[in-house]
Design a protein around this ligand. Structure first.
Ligand code: NDP
Length: 294
């Protein structure tokens, strides 16, 4: 649908944003439903010439309301920096301490939400992976790891071992989140010192190892391999077939790439903004097209 004088706008706040699949995915969904909406990049460059980083983020967030946008997604590096400028946070955003979705309410109030955890949980469910009562091994302890832990808690997982290259970061994440996730037993370990946890039925990679352009990266000791029956979920979705997923496939384990998580968090945002059920298949096809196999 061509843009008009009535086009409703949403967009993506982050830096950089040029690589994002979200505009393609959402604009395909708007077109499929015949909605006069558009999703645009909203790059917020780092400060230069002494201007203030926090003030830039404030201007970007408050600008959504001033310019009549319906909302925005928020990505790296601003998922925490936007928090002070929002009027309300959903319980998910408050618990995670990070926002990936802003909704400008009809009265102008700015609502912060987080759909990363729900997107991860929805994708596991869409693949028929049962996490309830299970043990999982999570590689990585960054922002995405945080979302995965909340997603696993939502699905009723019993225990998660967090393995990170820097042990201190894994320990800090576990210490911070264990009190907020009392039903999930968390333990930290060093990625280089994986023990029996390597045999967990569900292994999730939330490190950026293997992500384009460093496609040779592998956050796993190749000699360990995987056992048939293990599910290996890689949040990295570019390339589609990471080295980790190739290894899982070769060992007879079940490989699942992270594009579905991106699609589901986008679908949840789409519905929050438009009030329409998201055309998930359209969004997935658009995201796949925008993420060529490397
Ligand atoms: P962060 O920068 O917050 O964290 C990066 C993590 O990767 C850290 O744990 C870091 O370990 C680890 N790491 C980086 N390089 C290596 C390496 N060579 N070997 C082992 N560990 C490594 O990034 P995010 O958590 O935000 O994102 C991580 C990945 O998840 C990215 O590829 C991102 O694209 C993907 N992602 C996918 C989503 C989806 O929808 N599918 C959603 C969000 C993220 P250390 O602490 O030791 O430095």
């Amino acid at each position: 649908m061509p843009l008009s004088a009535h086009t409703r706008l949403v967009g993506l706040i982050g830096w950089p944003v040029g690589h994002s699949r979200s505009p393609t995915m959402h604009n395909a969904a708007f077109a499929a439903l015949g909605l006069d909406w558009a999703y645009v990049p909203l790059p917020v460059a780092p400060p230069a010439h002494g201007d203030d980083a926090a003030a830039r983020v404030r201007d970007a967030v408050l600008g959504l309301r001033a310019l009549g946008l319906r909302g925005a997604n928020v990505t790296v590096p601003y998922k925490q920096a936007v928090l002070p400028w929002l009027d309300t946070l959903t319980p998910a955003a408050r618990a995670m301490g990070a926002v990936n979705l802003i909704v400008v309410e009809p009265d102008g109030a700015l609502l912060g939400d987080n759909t990363d955890a729900a997107g991860f949980a929805a994708d596991l469910q869409a693949h028929g992976v049962e996490a309830s009562g299970k043990q999982a091994l999570l590689l990585g302890a960054g922002g995405a790891a945080r979302a995965v832990l909340f997603g696993l808690a939502q699905l009723g997982a019993a225990e998660v071992v967090v393995a990170n290259r820097s042990l201190e970061r894994a320990q800090a994440l576990v210490a911070e989140l264990q009190p907020r996730l009392p039903a999930l037993a968390l333990r930290a370990t060093a990625l280089a010192a994986l023990d029996a946890a390597a045999q967990a039925p569900l292994v999730i990679n939330s490190t950026s190892a293997g992500m384009a352009p460093q496609v040779d990266g592998l956050p796993w000791d190749e000699a360990l391999g995987f056992a048939p029956g293990q599910v290996v979920y890689d949040l990295v979705y570019a390339p589609r077939q990471t080295r980790l997923l190739q290894l899982a496939q070769a060992c007879g384990a079940r490989p699942i790439g992270g594009l579905g998580m991106l699609v589901w968090q986008g679908a949840l945002a789409f519905t929050r903004w438009t009030g329409h059920a998201a055309p998930v298949d359209v969004m997935r096809a658009a995201a796949e097209q925008a993420a060529p196999r490397a």
